[in-house]
Ligand binder design. Structure first.
Ligand code: EPZ
Length: 420
C-alpha cells in the first residue's frame, strides 16, 4: 500500500494555483451525454474519480480526448446506457448519470451506490423525484434499472436539499416535456456551475443558488466549451493546513464568494486574510482560538467536506471546541487516528469535543476515505516528528497533487510504497 511520509513542524509558506473542482467536473461530465455532440471542458482536475468517469463515458460509447486539464467529450455515438458494477464500485457518485441517461435515452442501468464509510448514502430522494417525472425503477441482478417512455416536467419538492438529487432532477428536466420546478433544492456552487454549463448548451434554466430552480424542457442542445470553477474544498483544505501549521499562504484562482462560512470559521480561529491581485492570502500565525461550536450544514453553511480538516486543526487550538456533523452520520472516523497522534477528541454520535493540546506527535495512521485522509495529512504537517499516512489512493480520488502542492508550500512530504 502506498503512503505519504511527512515530517511535521514546518509552517507552510508560499503560493499555489488551485485545481478545478471535482464536484463540478463529475456532474458536468455526466451532463455531456445529454447532447449527441461535442463538449469541451477546461480546468478538469487530474484525479482518480475523473479517470473512472472517463472510463464510464467510453463504455457508454462516447469518445473522450484528454489533454492536460482539457477533456473533449463526443457523445454522438453513445448507445450503451449502463454503468458496469466494477466501475460503480470504484466511485459512488455514478448515480448522477441517472438523470442524463434517462434524458438522453429513456433508460439507465447501474449498480446501487451503496453506503460508504461516512454514511448510508441512500438514494430515495433521487428515485422519488425522477419517479414523479415518469421514470420507472426496478432492481435486476443487484443493479438499479430505470426506464421511461418520456419524462414530464412537474413540481418536485425535495425532502432534503440533496446535492446529487438536485443534479439528477435538473439533468432529467432538460429535455422533459414542459416545466419542472424543483423546490427545496441544493444551493451549492457546483449546482450553479451545472446550470451555467447547461445554459451554455442551450438549456432553459433559472433560479440556481436559490431554493427553487425552474427548468423549461427543450428539444436539443449544442456543442459547447466550458472552464470549470476552482475546487473550494481543496482550497479550504490548504487554508486549514496553513492555519494548523501557523503559516502564511496564497491561493491563486480561489473564489472567496464560494467559501464565506469557511472564512468566517478561520477568522474566528484568529486567522487573517485578504483577496489580493495575485490570489487569496491567509495568515494563520495567530489561528489558535478554539470554537465553542461549529455545525456542518448545507450550503451556504459550513461544508461537511471540510469538517475533518477543521477537526484536525482544532486539535492544537488553545482550549475546548465542539463540532456537530449534521449531514453525514459517520464522519468522525479519523478521531481514533488523531488520538493516536496525541490529540484529545471525544465523539458521541454526531458531536465531537476537542480539547486542544500543545502538539501532536508523528505516528502511523490510515486514511479510510477522501476528506478524512486529507485531514490526517494536516495533522501530520503540524505534528512533531514523522508521520506515515497510509491509504494515499483515497486522497488521490479528489486531490490532483496534494504532496506536490504542499511541497511547493514548504512541507516535507513524499509519497512512498510499502515494501511487501
Ligand atoms: C455531494 O454528495 C458531494 N459529492 C459530497 O462530497 C458532499 O459531501 C455532499 O454532496 C454534501 O455536500 C459530489 O458532489 C460528487 P447529498 P451527495 O445527496 O450528492 C442524504 C466529497 O468528499 N440523502 O447532498 O451524495 C445523504 O445520506 C464528497 O467530495 C438521502 O437521505 O450528497 C446525506 O446524509 C463526499 N437520500 C445527505 O442527504 C437521498 O436520496 C447529503 O447527501 C440523497 C441524499
Amino acid at each position: 500500500m502506498e503512503y505519504f511520509e511527512i515530517t511535521g513542524g514546518t509552517p507552510l509558506h508560499g503560493s499555489i494555483t488551485l485545481q478545478g473542482s471535482k464536484n463540478a467536473a463529475l456532474p458536468l461530465m455526466a451532463a455531456s451525454i445529454l447532447h449527441p455532440g461535442r463538449t469541451t471542458l477546461h480546468h478538469v482536475p487530474a484525479i482518480r474519480d475523473v479517470d473512472v468517469m472517463i472510463e464510464i463515458l467510453e463504455n457508454i460509447g462516447c469518445t473522450v480526448q484528454k489533454d492536460n486539464g482539457t477533456l473533449i467529450i463526443d457523445a454522438a455515438k453513445a448507445e450503451h446506457f449502463e454503468v458496469a458494477a466494477s466501475l460503480g464500485e470504484r466511485m459512488r457518485s455514478t448515480i448522477i448519470l441517472l438523470g442524463s441517461m434517462l434524458g438522453r435515452a429513456g433508460r439507465a442501468k447501474m449498480p446501487f451506490p451503496g453506503g460508504c464509510i461516512i454514511g448510508m448514502r441512500p438514494i430515495d430522494i433521487h428515485i422519488t423525484s425522477l419517479g414523479k417525472m415518469g421514470a420507472v425503477f426496478e432492481e435486476t441482478d443487484g443493479m438499479l434499472c430505470a426506464v421511461t417512455d418520456g419524462l414530464c416536467g412537474t413540481r418536485i419538492h425535495l425532502r432534503f436539499p440533496s446535492v446529487g438529487a438536485t443534479e439528477n432532477v435538473i439533468l432529467a428536466a432538460v429535455y422533459a416535456r414542459g416545466r419542472t420546478r424543483i423546490e427545496n433544492c441544493a444551493k451549492e456552487p457546483e449546482i450553479a456551475e451545472l446550470c451555467r454549463f447547461l445554459r451554455e448548451k442551450g438549456a432553459k434554466i433559472e433560479g440556481e443558488g436559490t431554493s427553487s430552480i425552474l427548468v423549461e424542457g427543450v428539444s436539443h442542445l449544442r456543442d459547447s466549451t466550458y472552464t470549470l470553477m476552482p475546487d473550494r474544498i481543496v482550497a479550504g483544505t490548504y487554508l486549514f493546513a496553513a492555519a494548523a501549521t501557523r503559516g502564511e499562504i496564497c491561493l491563486e484562482g480561489m473564489r472567496p464568494s464560494d467559501m464565506e462560512s469557511v472564512l468566517d470559521v478561520l477568522g474566528r480561529m484568529g486567522a487573517v486574510y485578504e483577496n489580493r491581485e495575485d490570489g487569496f492570502y491567509l495568515d494563520g500565525r495567530k489561528a489558535i482560538n478554539p470554537l465553542p461550536v461549529v455545525c456542518t450544514e448545507t450550503y451556504p453553511g459550513f461544508p461537511t467536506d471540510l469538517q475533518s480538516q477543521l477537526l484536525a486543526t482544532l486539535c492544537v487550538a488553545r482550549g475546548r471546541s465542539v463540532i456537530r456533523e449534521c449531514i453525514f452520520e459517520e464522519r468522525f472516523r479519523i478521531a481514533p487516528w488523531l488520538n493516536r497522534m496525541g490529540a484529545d477528541v471525544t465523539t458521541d454520535g454526531r458531536e465531537a469535543v476537542i480539547e486542544g493540546k500543545e502538539h501532536l506527535s508523528g505516528q502511523m495512521v490510515k486514511a479510510q476515505e477522501l476528506r478524512g485522509g486529507a485531514a490526517l495529512v494536516i495533522a501530520a504537517l503540524m505534528a512533531q516528528g514523522i508521520t506515515r499516512v497510509y491509504g494515499s489512493a483515497f486522497i488521490e480520488r479528489g486531490y490532483e497533487d496534494l504532496a506536490g502542492d504542499l511541497r511547493k508550500l514548504g512541507a516535507v512530504i513524499s509519497k512512498k510504497k510499502a515494501e511487501r
